[in-house]
Design a protein around this ligand. Structure first.
Ligand SMILES: Cc1cc2nc3c(=O)[nH]c(=O)nc-3n(C[C@H](O)[C@H](O)[C@H](O)COP(=O)(O)OP(=O)(O)OC[C@H]3O[C@@H](n4cnc5c(N)ncnc54)[C@H](O)[C@@H]3O)c2cc1C
Length: 568
């Protein structure tokens, strides 16, 4: 299996050494290591034209706003009582109870814009007091019982890629906290080829699982943008969606069963292939974000590796026409496996900022066809060659009837090749003084246009300042028969004096607006700490009561990730 690489503390990608440490603000660390970004210099990743375009659009003046050195990040001493540490060591072994600085820093928070702002400013006040690495379901259940007895908060840690404050470890009672890193539990336990079921441990990541499955001609096919670092347990705990989820299904759809270790004991949930034995309790574990316990094993549905793939681009003249086209595809059950419709702002930004042959080809095709930038649709099909051909042909006819023009396979292929690159670019943009964040929702087809307008208006109103305005780029990322998801990327000149408040206000305005217009609080990022205040608006007071009652039964002392999911 490939090595599971560590994620850098202040950004995305593997830890790197900067080529020019002198431009960095803040004191140098003891070890001199600066874990900033995979690409320390914006000029290396964005062309001059792209930088000019952003400066013009945003009223942004590029400036170095680099993170402090890792050695300068402030970390309070561990609050874990010695008696507790001793008992945890007896349970797990000395090597698996860590209170050293590096372990604690590596488990401080996730990877949202706010998480990165804090880490870049040298703030690790959300770091756990210790990091535990259990090796089995039994050890996990035992540590949960022990932490429950000793009043220690437990935050499960998968890949650490949460973007909703899922790892912030907030506790209203301010008890000591431990991060339970599932990285030691990262193997494939068994593969049942006739039943298309693979049993895995929660700390395994997508690339390692895909490599294992490929040896048997199988695939899981779950490819979120965080695929390189996120874990299978994390996907289940957050109800993740991948880039091919329109076709293969969301992660929820791929889970046939899980083992959940809780302070009250271990429960097995889910009965493949199907069951009518009462309500499906598996749904309690999916999206539970560590608030009910720790998922220690997963049984996942797999499928044969695709023998044929086809990705291509289409262009619509307008957003409304694009949405109507997708709706037609959905109605006829013809949605491709990958569906990504960009709005005019995102299409224009992609055309301006993307280099490479795909973007060049697209610009040429659009010019030749006398179409403006319009709205770009990237679609992809995977599977048996005959099925891919038939589905593609049928979808093409619907798209043409809806007024779309095919703009070629190079566009689709280019998207596929670069689909994991954006998070690396985020670091470089942040280094140069930009606010960069995303948010997402979903709505029925009828409500989607209003949700789109409402989010854009709210973000523009909140982030507009004298001479500066945000760039708000949206795309439909997943289609369903009943509606679609909307993914929004925001760029703006950062308010250097109050960067955290700047985004908190914008996020609050956007969330209020999207809920009022009929969108869901989150389509795939989960609730975490950031969305908690709005959960009651989505599931109602009685819904919250039901969740609380389940938590009370499984986690009577409230030690399991108390800062997420349930409102205060
Ligand atoms: C650059 C970037 C791109 C992203 N792209 C996508 C995307 O395309 N689609 C998408 O859905 N999400 C995306 N995300 C969000 C994130 O990757 C997902 O939420 C992912 O599922 C989290 O997995 P993880 O292993 O990193 O979990 P973590 O971040 O470690 O944990 C997430 C939450 O789940 C809990 N948890 C983790 N493991 C377990 C477990 N075994 N048992 C119980 N609780 C657990 C944690 O306590 C936490 O509350 C992206 C994030 C980033 C930073």
């Amino acid at each position: 299996m490939p090595e599971q690489r560590e994620l850098t503390i202040q950004g995305w990608g593997r830890p790197t050494r900067p080529r020019d440490a002198t431009v960095t603000t803040g004191a140098a660390g003891d070890d001199g290591t600066l874990e900033l970004t995979a690409f320390p210099d914006l000029a290396e990743v964005l062309s001059k034209g792209a930088r000019r375009y952003l400066a013009r659009e945003l009223g942004w003046t590029p400036r170095p706003t680099r993170p402090v050195a890792v050695g300068a990040i402030r970390l309070a001493p561990s609050r874990l009582a010695e008696e507790c540490r001793t008992r945890l060591v007896e349970l797990l072994g000395e090597d698996h109870v860590r209170t050293d600085r590096d372990s604690r820093l590596r488990h401080a928070g996730g990877k949202s814009y706010l998480d990165l702002l804090r880490r870049r400013a040298g703030d690790a006040s959300d770091a756990p007091d210790a990091v535990l690495t259990p090796g089995s379901t039994e050890e996990t259940a035992a540590l949960l019982a022990l932490c429950s007895e000793m009043a220690v908060v437990v935050v499960p840690f998968g890949g650490g890629t949460s973007v909703v404050g899922g790892l912030s470890g907030i506790d209203p009672d301010d008890r000591p906290s431990v991060s339970v890193d599932l990285g030691r539990m990262a193997s494939v336990r068994s593969l049942d080829v006739p039943s298309s079921l693979v049993t895995v441990q929660p700390g395994l990541r997508g690339p390692a699982l895909e490599e294992h499955l490929a040896g048997h001609g199988l695939t899981l096919g779950h490819l979120p943008q965080s695929w390189e670092f996120a874990t299978l347990g994390g996907y289940a705990a957050t109800r993740s969606a991948g880039q091919s989820s329109t076709g293969v299904g969301r992660f929820d759809d791929l889970v046939a069963g899980v083992t959940l270790a809780t302070p009250a004991g271990v429960v097995e949930l889910g009965s493949p292939p199907a069951s009518a034995a009462g309500p499906d309790l598996l749904g309690l574990a999916l999206g539970s974000e560590g608030a009910l316990g720790i998922i220690t094993e997963l049984r996942l549905r797999v499928r044969p590796t695709a023998r044929s793939q086809a990705y291509e681009g289409w262009s619509f003249r307008s957003w409304a026409a694009g949405l109507a086209g997708l709706q037609q595809l959905a109605r006829h059950d013809l949605l491709p496996d990958v569906v990504r419709l960009s709005d005019p702002d995102e299409t224009r930004a992609n055309l301006q900022m993307a280099g490479g042959t795909g973007a060049k080809a697209l610009r040429g095709t659009l010019r030749a066809r006398r179409r403006g930038a319009g709205c770009l649709l990237v679609v992809g099909w995977e599977g048996l060659p005959s099925l891919v051909r038939a589905r593609r042909r049928a979808a093409a006819s619907v798209l043409r009837d809806a007024g779309a023009a095919r703009v070629g396979r190079r566009v689709g292929e280019s998207w596929r090749r670069h689909r994991f690159a954006a998070p690396y670019l985020r670091d470089s943009l942040m280094d140069a003084g930009l606010l960069v964040e995303t948010l997402e929702t979903a709505a029925p087809w009828t409500a989607l246009p209003a949700v789109y307008d409402a989010v854009r208006e709210a973000l523009h109103a909140s982030l507009r300042r004298s001479g500066k305005r945000p760039l708000v780029m949206s795309h439909v990322s997943h289609g369903y028969a009943t509606g679609a998801s909307l993914y929004v990327t925001v760029l703006a000149d950062r308010d250097d004096a109050l960067p955290i408040q700047q985004w908190l206000l914008a996020k609050r305005a956007a969330t209020d607006a999207l809920l009022a217009a009929g969108g869901t609080l989150t389509h795939h990022h989960a609730v975490g700490a950031d969305h908690r205040p709005w959960l009651e608006r989505e599931i109602g007071p009685l819904g919250v009561e039901v969740l609380r009652a389940v938590k009370q039964r499984l986690d009577p002392q409230g030690i399991c990730n108390p800062g997420v999911l349930l409102p205060d």
